[in-house]
Design a protein around this ligand. Structure first.
Ligand SMILES: Cc1ncc(COP(=O)(O)O)c(C=O)c1O
Length: 352
C-alpha cells in the first residue's frame, strides 16, 4: 500500500479528481483572453451563481489563506478587528497573513464549545472597546464551516451569529475550506448556509475536495466586488491563465462532483471514528461531524503507528492528541487497513 493510502495528515494530500483534470484539458483549447475574461471563467461564475441562487461575484485564488485574507481585508479596515474562534485557521495557521493583508487589523479571538463561536462571547466581542481610540475596532466576524476540529454550525447557529453580527453593524465572512463537507452533513442548500444568514463573503474551498489549486472568493454583497478586483491583483493572485482555475471549478461542480467527494470523505471519517471508538485505549475528542477527527491516543500507540509508516499530525497540540483527516480519495480499504494497525498497536502495548 502506498504512503498516500496510509496518510491521514490532511485532505490536501489527495490528488486531483479525474473529472477536474478532464475539465482542464477541455479548456486547453487554443487561445483565450487572460485574467478571467475568458469563457470558462464566465461560465464558472454563472455556475456558482446558480449554486448559491444569487448573482455573485467570483474571484479565483490559489490558496485558502489568500481567500480568507483577501476577503477579510475587504471587510475590515486597518484599525479594525476580525472576531473569530480561537481555534480559527486565521488565528493559528496563517502566519499573520490576516494582519499582513489587512495592513494591521487585528484578530480578536472568542471562546465557544466545539470550535464554534459562542453567541454570548460574540456579544461581548462586538462591543469590545468600541469607540476607544486606543483599540482596534470590531469590524468583522469570521466563522469556519466545517470547523477546524470537524464540527459543524447548524443553520440556526449561523443565523444567530449573523443576527448578532449584523445588528452590531459588522461584516460577516465564512472560511469554507471544507464548505462541501459541512453542506452535505447538514443537507441544507448553499444559500441557506451563507448569505441567507448574513454572510457577506465566503472562502469557497475546493482544493481539499478535488481541485488542483483553485479556491473561490464568493462575494454576496456585490458592492464589495469592484474593490476586490484590485485587492486580488495587488496581492499577486490575479492568474493570467485564469481559465484553468475556472475549469477546475467547472469540473468540480459539474454532475455534483463536489458533493459526491465530500460525502465520501465524511463517510470515511465516520467509519474511522466508529472503529476508533471500539478501542478502549483511544478516546475521541468532541463530536466530529465532517472529515476531521481528534482523539487521545497513548504515546506507545502513536509511536508504533508512525514506525509502520502511517502519518498523521500528533505533535501540534497536547501530548497524546492526534488528528486524522479523510478525503474524497480515502477508501474503505484504507480505513480497514489503518484500523487493524491501530488495534494491533493498542494490543502490542498491553503485551509489553
Ligand atoms: C479551516 C481552514 N481554512 C483555510 C485553510 C487554507 O489553507 P491553504 O492556504 O493551505 O490553502 C485550511 C487548510 O488547512 C483550513 O483547514
Amino acid at each position: 500500500m502506498s504512503t498516500y493510502n496510509t496518510a491521514f495528515t490532511s485532505d490536501n494530500i489527495a490528488g486531483v479528481s479525474p473529472q477536474v483534470l478532464e475539465a482542464m484539458a477541455r479548456c486547453n483549447n487554443g487561445q483565450a483572453d487572460p485574467y478571467g475574461r475568458d469563457e470558462c471563467s464566465k461560465q464558472a461564475e454563472q455556475m456558482l451563481s446558480d449554486v448559491f441562487e444569487k448573482d455573485v461575484s467570483v474571484f479565483f485564488v490559489t490558496t485558502g489563506t489568500a481567500a480568507n485574507c483577501l476577503s477579510l481585508s475587504a471587510l475590515t479596515p486597518p484599525w479594525g478587528a476580525v472576531l473569530c474562534h480561537h481555534d480559527g485557521h486565521i488565528n493559528h495557521d496563517e502566519c499573520g497573513a490576516p494582519e499582513f493583508f489587512n495592513s494591521g487589523a487585528r484578530v480578536l479571538t472568542l471562546d465557544g464549545a466545539d470550535s464554534k463561536i459562542d453567541p454570548e462571547a460574540l456579544k461581548w466581542g462586538v462591543r469590545h472597546r468600541v469607540g476607544d481610540m486606543h483599540s482596534s475596532q470590531p469590524a468583522s466576524v469570521s466563522l469556519t464551516q466545517a470547523t477546524e476540529t470537524g464540527t459543524i454550525y447548524s443553520v440556526d447557529e449561523i443565523l444567530r451569529i449573523g443576527a448578532i453580527t449584523k445588528n452590531s453593524g459588522l461584516r460577516m465572512h465564512m472560511d469554507g475550506a471544507r464548505f462541501a463537507n459541512a453542506l452535505v452533513a447538514l443537507g441544507c442548500s448553499p444559500a441557506e448556509m451563507t448569505w441567507r444568514c448574513g454572510v457577506d463573503m465566503l472562502s469557497f474551498g475546493a482544493t481539499k475536495n478535488g481541485t488542483m489549486s483553485a479556491e473561490a472568493i464568493i462575494v454576496f454583497d456585490k458592492t464589495l466586488a469592484h474593490e476586490m478586483a484590485f485587492r486580488v491583483k495587488r496581492s499577486g493572485q490575479l492568474g493570467s491563465k485564469m481559465r484553468f482555475m475556472a475549469a477546475q471549478m467547472l469540473g468540480y461542480l459539474e454532475n455534483d462532483l463536489w458533493l459526491k467527494n465530500a460525502r465520501q470523505a465524511n463517510a470515511m471519517a465516520a467509519m474511522l471514528k466508529n472503529g476508533l471508538e471500539k478501542i478502549s485505549q483511544i478516546s475521541i475528542i468532541g463530536s466530529p461531524q465532517a472529515n476531521i477527527i481528534f482523539c487521545n491516543m497513548p504515546q506507545y500507540c502513536i509511536d508504533r503507528l508512525l514506525e509502520q509508516g502511517f502519518s498523521f499530525y500528533h505533535d501540534r497540540w497536547e501530548p497524546g492528541v492526534v488528528r486524522f483527516v479523510t478525503s474524497f480519495a480515502t477508501t474503505e480499504q484504507d480505513i480497514q487497513h489503518f484500523l487493524s494497525a491501530v488495534h494491533q498497536a493498542a494490543s502490542f502495548a498491553k503485551a509489553v
